[in-house]
Design a protein around this ligand. Structure first.
Ligand code: C2E
Ligand code: CA
Ligand code: CA
Length: 579
């Protein structure tokens, strides 16, 4: 009886315990189910061959597939990447081993590329057989965000081309020293010509459109293994590995030129732009990315100076020339401060009144080591570097002061560079100089070369109207040497033209030259312009020009450009010469 009672109690206890553990199991199962259902991850089990045997309910939400689509198919088929490493691990793994895989790529049922992080554990499955169990966490948006950040930090936002960082990386990989000994790489630095006016005239949005078009055209020209980067502004860098010869690079340049020269359409207007290209080769010129960049930039600089729309290969001498220019640029900066610039004045003779009525101010640089430098030797550099504004201010101030103080009733003409109109604030500069010096505006003439008049359309017209209203006069310099289109005579209110000396010099000898000059003088008069002939060196030239009714004459015959003091002396005796 006692035994039976004991057994019954034990039985009760074990039933109780069984019930308790059954409850605990149910609880844990419920908990597991809750976790499985509420977590964003999907959970799965496979057999030893990694074939899915069970997939949690979250799977369709994440992947778009139903679990049935994949049951019995292997995990490695599901993954588009990392499958070999999973296969490898599967064969080597021991019970209890883990494997974590990040950013596993798969294709969703909708055909989209998606990413998940996987954790795989080798386990004993419910029926006791060994297998694998794991979780998959969807990380698609994280991977995409990372890719976007990486893309943005390596690409130019506007054109989608590589940026400097990506270019450097690419270049460094290409320049790996383990490459074959006959390996050649070309770096092309390309700069658009005449792009700035597009921005100025049509606005930045249109400028951006043009840059995008340029990028697209460059992509078309580029071999597949190359890289195109935007290097800021309107400068692009093209890296072409595996070049066989310089001729091959030239072919590419030709292709690019043809592509870029096709018209662009901006707000219904046909726009033509060009390009200049500088080329450096590795390993011939340099083997590091920074040297290649520097050298192709030097070659580009050379290309732009040799008239644009061309390509130039780097040569070591170029570096030297550019250093010299830099040196000169620095010296010029100091020269203005240190009083190394001087003005000479050349008289202009008025035929009707038979007097000297004006002088042209011509600048000289008394360089401490190089002697007296003529304008042709430094004005182009001053224009390129923007130093022209400071220099021109000095010339204007000195000329206006000299004439106001020493040359009473004469006018003074000053040469103005085209770039000065583009820099802005030109009218204000002239006004301030007139105010400072007290020179009557009608005594100031500004000489602008024909090509400059054509180049700068927008701001120039307004500046001319503003200053002419005060009495300042405008002359076209070197008339006849620029463009044959005379449209600008219609557009711009010029007061006079100066015929270039190359037309005047042959008139004694050549009938043809005489006819040309006579015709040009007639043309000027037809537009009510005062006509000056430059470069008059001989009496016979003077006689002919007077016969053609030229209004004014200038040249060595009447006087060379000389200092203010010498000019004052010469003016005293001038009447004796022509009178
Ligand atoms: P330009 O304005 O055509 O000046 C006339 C040039 O012809 C001067 O050369 C002058 O010395 C030279 N010349 C004058 N008469 C004769 C002649 O009978 N025969 C010959 N063979 N030559 C004659 P320069 O002084 O060397 O000036 C050269 C150019 O430099 C000027 O050409 C002008 O465009 C530019 N320039 C001079 N001064 C300035 C300046 O202050 N600012 C700017 N922006 N340019 C200047
Ligand atoms: Ca001149
Ligand atoms: Ca001239």
């Amino acid at each position: 009886m006692r035994n039976a009672l004991l057994k019954a109690r034990l039985n009760d206890e074990s039933t109780n315990m069984l019930e308790q553990s059954r409850q605990a199991l149910a609880e844990s199962e419920r908990r597991f189910r809750d976790v499985v259902e509420t977590t964003a991850d999907w959970i799965w089990e496979t057999d030893l061959m990694l074939r899915f045997t069970w997939i949690s309910g979250r799977f369709p939400v994440s992947t778009g597939y139903s679990a049935l689509d994949w049951l019995t198919r292997p995990l490695t088929e599901f993954l588009r990447t990392n499958s070999t490493s999973v296969d490898q691990w599967k064969s080597d793994s021991q019970p209890g081993d883990h494997l974590s895989l990040k950013h596993c790529r798969y294709i969703s049922a909708q055909g989209e590329v998606r990413y998940c992080n996987l954790v795989i554990k080798r386990v004993a499955l419910a029926d006791g057989r060994p297998g694998f169990r794991g979780t998959a966490t969807d990380v698609t948006s994280e991977v995409e965000a990372q890719a976007r950040v990486r893309y943005l930090s390596h690409h130019d936002e506007l054109t989608g081309l590589a940026n400097r960082i990506r270019m450097k990386e690419f270049l460094e990989a290409c320049l790996n020293p383990s490459l074959a000994s006959d390996y050649t790489l070309a770096m092309l630095t390309l700069d658009l010509d005449k792009f700035k006016p597009v921005n100025d005239l049509f606005g930045h949005a249109s400028g951006d459109d043009v840059l995008n078009d340029v990028a697209a055209r460059l992509r078309e020209c580029m071999p597949e293994n190359g890289l195109i980067a935007r290097h800021g502004g309107d400068e692009f860098i093209l890296i072409v590995p595996f070049i066989r010869s310089e001729a091959e690079v030239e072919q590419l340049c030709q292709l690019i030129f043809t592509a870029i020269r096709q018209p662009f359409y901006v707000q219904g207007n046909e726009i033509i732009i060009g390009a200049s290209i500088g080329i450096a080769l590795a390993p011939k010129d340099a083997c590091t990315s920074s040297d290649l960049l520097r050298f192709s930039d030097i070659a580009l600089y050379q290309a732009k100076n040799t008239g644009r729309n061309c390509w130039v290969f780097y040569r070591p001498e170029m570096g030297e020339q550019i250093l010299q220019r830099r040196e000169m640029e620095n010296e010029m900066r100091d020269a203005i401060q240190n009083g190394q610039f001087h003005l000479t004045y050349q008289p202009r003779y008025d035929v009707k009144s038979n007097t000297i009525y004006a002088v042209e101010a011509l600048v000289r640089w008394h360089h401490p080591h190089r002697g007296v430098l003529m304008p042709d030797q430094f004005i182009p550099l001053a224009e390129e570097t923007g130093l022209i504004v400071a220099l021109s201010d000095w010339v204007l101030l000195t000329a206006c002061t000299d004439v106001r103080r020493e040359l009473g009733n004469l006018s003074v003409s000053v040469n103005i560079s085209a770039v000065e109109f583009e820099i802005g604030g030109f009218a204000a500069r002239i006004l301030s100089i007139l105010a400072k010096t007290g020179l009557p505006p009608s005594c100031l003439e500004l000489e602008i070369t024909e090509s400059a008049a054509l180049k700068s359309t927008g701001p120039m017209l307004e500046i001319m109207h503003q200053l002419r209203a005060l009495g300042v006069r405008f002359l076209i310099d070197d008339f006849g040497t620029g463009y044959s289109s005379l449209n600008y005579l219609n557009t711009f209110p010029f007061d006079g033209i100066k015929l270039d000396k190359t037309f005047i010099q042959p008139i004694e000898r050549s009938e043809n030259a005489r006819q040309v000059v006579e015709h040009m003088i007639g043309l000027g008069k037809a537009w009510y312009l005062e006509v000056t002939a430059e470069g008059v060196e001989e009496e016979a030239q003077m006689t002919l020009l007077k016969a053609f009714s030229c209004d004014a004459l200038q040249g060595y015959y009447f006087g060379r450009p000389v200092s203010l003091e010498t000019l004052k002396e010469a003016l005293k005796t001038f009447q004796c010469k022509v009178g």
